[in-house]
Ligand binder design. Structure first.
Ligand SMILES: Cc1cc2nc3c(=O)[nH]c(=O)nc-3n(C[C@H](O)[C@H](O)[C@H](O)COP(=O)(O)OP(=O)(O)OC[C@H]3O[C@@H](n4cnc5c(N)ncnc54)[C@H](O)[C@@H]3O)c2cc1C
Ligand code: SF4
Length: 328
């Protein structure tokens, strides 16, 4: 690992003051679950790490008004928060599925949203791909069985955060602070496709920090999160889907269907949302939504299987959100 300086920031202001605008020179360090591995592999080589564990770690879920989750809250804190579990069951489910208990105990909400892509070419210092300023994407002609089935490149990473899908499905916002003050961005607009940001994955500037996730209290919303994994722990899902249905009686007034691990950003399946809107959820509407979710998929040479898996993931998430059996 390249030697680096370490700033132990005591608060938001000290952390901000230590960050510089040049990409990659200073990096926030939260739980270190992702960042330290990338540094040990010489993929990231910052001059300075800024400890951001002193950012707000509180979870506030008042009886009325907005719910706020501090960026330094641990994934375990989210998974075990009783009120969050009542209000946002899909978020709780997703948090409980992250990695292992040890990873959830160390990993933070901010770090989870900001974790870097899992592409094995990106994570290997030998491959100077598009994302590292090179001329080509090695996944196109290479080993792409876990890569994107949506998005058309030119970089075919998949978005890895389990928490991002539920946060988008529930209409969350991300609070960001930087040298010019604070701003809030809809979670749905926080993540950027590679053609808009090849060297990062979000709207965040190098001298900005994520400080909070802000969620509106759901009204008449039924929701669920479903993941398909090769193994049940210590791995990222092959596909994930979060479904949030705003109900008027037993009719879906509006729907959000967000897929994870299938595209460079959490992927809104808008055709599936349209297929559910105005409908009563049944086995037929769940099948129609699942078909619609993958109708525009463009698999690569080695990942056509993911289209079918994504379809099943959406189907089960829709049925679970509606309280129906996934075998319907
Ligand atoms: C074996 C394994 C399995 C895993 N499985 C899953 C899974 O199923 N689902 C899932 O979602 N994740 C999974 N993870 C990823 C894990 O959840 C993330 O690595 C972790 O959430 C990162 O959080 P951290 O606090 O450790 O971040 P760090 O590693 O400290 O930081 C990650 C990145 O975020 C940046 N960062 C951190 N905090 C902030 C902030 N407040 N503002 C701006 N930038 C910031 C850092 O600079 C760095 O680039 C897995 C990890 C491992 C090792
Ligand atoms: S998918 Fe993206 S990160 Fe992976 S090799 Fe291609 S350009 Fe690099």
């Amino acid at each position: 690992m390249k030697p680096f300086a370490y700033v132990d920031a005591r608060n938001e202001q000290e952390a901000l003051a230590a960050l510089v605008p040049q990409r990659g020179r200073t990096l926030p360090l939260a739980g270190g679950m992702d960042l330290l591995g990338l540094m040990k592999d010489y993929v990231l080589q910052p001059d300075t790490l800024v400890n951001v564990k002193a950012l707000d770690a509180a979870i506030e879920a008042p009886a009325q008004g907005l719910v706020r989750i501090g960026a330094a809250a641990r994934i375990t804190d989210v998974a075990e928060h009783a009120e969050l579990g009542k209000l946002f069951p899909a978020l709780t489910h997703a948090a409980l599925g992250v990695g292992t208990p040890q990873i959830r105990n160390a990993g933070t909400v901010g770090g989870n949203l900001m974790q870097r892509p899992r592409c094995w070419y990106f994570r290997n210092e030998e491959f100077h791909c598009l994302k590292k300023g090179g001329a080509r994407c090695f996944a196109v002609d290479g080993e792409n069985q876990y890569h994107a089935i949506f998005g058309e490149g030119p970089c075919h990473i998949v978005h890895p955060s389990s928490l991002a899908g539920p946060i988008i499905a529930y209409g969350g916002r991300i609070r960001i602070v930087g040298p010019d003050g604070e701003r809030e961005v809809e979670a749905d607009r926080f993540f950027l496709m590679p053609d808009r940001n090849m060297y990062g994955e979000t709207v965040l500037e190098p001298n900005e920090l994520v400080t909070h996730v802000i969620l509106p209290r759901p009204q008449n919303v039924r929701s669920a999160h479903h993941e398909v994994k090769f193994k049940q722990s210590h791995d990222w899902p092959i596909t994930m889907a979060t479904v949030a249905l705003s109900m008027n009686g037993d009719v879906v007034q509006s729907a959000r269907v967000v897929l994870g691990a299938v595209a460079p950003i959490p992927w809104r399946a808008r055709a599936a949302e349209a297929a559910l809107t105005g409908q009563r959820v049944s086995a037929e509407t769940a099948h129609a939504a699942a078909d619609a979710a993958v109708q525009d998929a463009q698999p690569m040479s080695g990942n056509a299987y993911k289209v079918r898996v994504a379809r099943t993931t959406v189907h089960r998430a829709v049925l679970r959100a509606a309280g129906l059996s996934p075998t319907a």
